[in-house]
Design a binder for this molecule. Structure first.
Ligand SMILES: [Zn+2]
Ligand SMILES: [Zn+2]
Length: 606
């Protein structure tokens, strides 16, 4: 009683503040509830009937009339729905698991049986009465089921020997082993090697590693505290490349001086250091062995992957879950929709809907855009993959991209039922359908090319990057066989095998392809305007090219490109930089690849 008055008073106080007039507790009207089941029945009355009911099945008629006195309905309403008292009140929500335990306790029936029965019962009784053998359209008991899903967050581990404790919350120490410090842990994007984010510091007792936030970017010139990373050493792991020897540093970290390999002078400060560290983060002779990487993350000691140096540290190294909230929401929603429309779905077609809420408009727009984009890319890539699979060992040639991918999508002018999904005017004449099919083919061919671009979706790598499809270059074998031309360009290749030479050519061609420096009609800007316009005349979204879409065309490959300060953003999109410091340079300008390391002017004039 007093709790109720206190509640009314709190509501009245808020109302007074909001509206600027004094509102008394007596002005607050509370809801009044009615029981759905027979109000002469209490839990005591039905308790002895529960075991029999729980072990029966619920597929027969369950009309409102039957449910009014149904023992499980009475129990559900009184034990988890309402607080019985002089005045009926809602109970506080409880986890489903707790409701099951309560039912098992009171009925003395096994928990698993109670669980199944409660799930079936709640599902059935929430259907319209017409589907339970009656005539009404309402549910019997209204209930809401909430499921809370949150992101994976950061992962923390100790520095002890394996197996190590892995925790998700930012505590300082392992709660089960006080003194064992926890460190934020991230992973190499290529091989998954774990990397701990640390600060190397000194105190009265000597050296100590402390956990650090990865966004606190390591400084290049440091005295005292050194931000960096700890990576477990790879002893006995044949795939772990770094051993501490000079030769196990990446190629562009080393140089040869008077016949001896050594670290380049600008890398010396970033030399890796081997340390044994105890669980408290201090030096310990019997601790686990780690490599300390001072400064920014330059290369993965395990797989030698070298993230682009200008990237943010947070981007170089993946967290526990790679995707953000919008990707997660999109996946949850699309999975729910897929289930809803699947063969096992019990829902009538008109009820297969899903409503999303968010607390601001920007986020709603962002999420909606992400959802459409994600599903479209999934659909397109699924179709490309299917077209490639259907093409068999001959593969899919450029001229067939449009036709074969439309076919894989099931969008054909001859399938009358599908026309509404892609044609602007499905009722158009046969000639119009022909034109629409042609327009669709050209848009899809363009999309196939664009999707081969490298790394344009970090969380969603392309089919080629996932190695689900392989690009074969027509004429590569002939070009590789033309040794004279190749050696004239790169004499260092003389010592290499045919396969190695072929590999270099393939790397260059792949680089050109992934940068879209390709001569294809589907990427020709002068043609694309027409393609885009015709697509809008014949096709509906998302198949037409939207007028707001910045259509990407092919690029021009430049060995000596003008500095970024001379090039506008628009123009930059039409260039593919291939100088000595570009990705191409880093890929091929190596002793191991082309037999020599070219200087800038040598490389850029080759
Ligand atoms: Zn690895
Ligand atoms: Zn790696």
């Amino acid at each position: 009683e007093s709790c109720e008055t206190a509640k009314a008073k709190a509501v009245a106080d808020v109302a007074s503040r909001l509206f600027g007039v004094s509102v008394g507790a007596d002005a607050v009207i509370d809801e009044s509830l009615q029981r759905a089941t027979d109000d002469s029945l209490s839990i005591q009355d039905i308790k002895s009937d529960l075991p029999a009911v729980l072990t029966s099945d619920f597929s027969g008629d369950l009309t409102d009339e039957i449910l009014r006195t149904h023992p499980l309905a009475v129990w559900t309403e009184l034990a988890i729905g309402l607080k019985d008292g002089q005045k009926l009140q809602r109970q506080d929500p409880i986890p489903f698991r707790e409701a099951v335990d309560k039912l098992a306790n009171e009925s003395h029936v096994a928990t698993e049986i109670c669980r199944t029965a409660l799930v079936q019962f709640l599902t059935r009784s929430s259907l319209p009465e017409t589907e339970r053998g009656g005539t009404g359209s309402g549910a019997f008991l209204a209930f809401k089921l909430h499921r809370f899903i949150s992101g994976a967050g950061e992962v923390f581990t100790t520095l002890t020997f394996r197996p190590r404790r892995v925790l998700f919350e930012g505590q300082l120490e392992d709660p089960e082993a006080p003194g064992n410090r926890l460190y934020p842990t991230r992973f190499c994007r290529r091989c998954g090697q774990e990397v701990h984010v640390v600060l190397k510091t000194q105190d009265g007792e000597g050296l100590r590693f402390l956990p650090r936030n990865i966004d606190d970017t390591p400084r290049e010139d440091v005295e005292g505290d050194i931000a960096g990373y700890l990576v477990p050493v790879g002893d006995n792991d044949p795939e772990y490349q770094f051993t501490g020897e000079i030769e196990s540093y990446p190629e562009d970290w080393k140089e040869t001086y008077k016949g001896i390999e050594r670290l380049r002078s600008n890398r010396k400060k970033r030399m890796l250091e081997r340390l044994s560290i105890g669980a408290d983060g201090r030096y310990a002779a019997n601790g686990a062995p780690f490599w300390f990487i001072p400064g920014k993350f330059g290369f993965c000691p395990c797989c030698h992957d070298q993230p682009v140096p200008s990237m943010r540290e947070r981007t170089k190294l993946a967290g526990l879950s790679g995707e953000g909230r919008s990707s997660a929401t999109t996946l949850l929603v699309s999975t729910a929709l897929e289930w809803m429309n699947g063969a096992d779905s019990l829902l009538p077609p008109e009820k297969r809907k899903l409503l999303g809420f968010t607390d601001n408009r920007q986020d709603a727009a962002l999420q909606a855009g992400h959802f459409n984009d994600f599903l479209f890319v999934g659909l397109l890539r699924g179709a490309i993959l299917r077209a490639v699979l259907e093409a068999g060992s001959d593969g899919l040639s450029e001229y067939e991209f449009g036709l074969r991918v439309s076919r894989a999508l099931g969008l054909s002018k001859d399938k009358k039922k599908t026309l509404v999904h892609w044609m602007l005017d499905p009722a158009v004449s046969a000639v119009g359908r022909e034109d629409a099919q042609l327009a669709l083919g050209r848009v899809l061919a363009h999309r196939v090319w664009i999707d081969l671009r490298r790394g344009w979706r970090l969380a969603n790598p392309s089919l080629a990057e996932l190695q689900l499809l392989r690009v074969r270059f027509v004429g590569l074998d002939d070009a590789a066989a033309d040794t004279d031309t190749i050696l004239a360009a790169i004499p260092g290749l003389a010592d290499k095998s045919d396969d190695e030479r072929r590999g270099v050519l393939e790397t260059i061609l792949t680089f050109l392809l992934q940068g879209l420096a390709v001569n294809s009609e589907s990427l020709d800007r002068t043609v694309l305007d027409g393609v885009a316009q015709r697509s809008r005349g014949f096709l509906r979204a998302p198949w037409a090219i939207d007028p707001k879409e910045q259509v990407r065309g092919n690029t021009t490959f430049l060995l000596q490109a003008p500095g970024k300060e001379y090039v506008g953003l628009r123009e930059e999109q039409t260039l593919l930089r291939g100088g000595v410091s570009s990705r191409l340079g880093r890929l091929i300008n190596r002793q191991s690849v082309i037999g020599m390391r070219l200087k800038r002017d040598e490389f850029e004039s080759a």
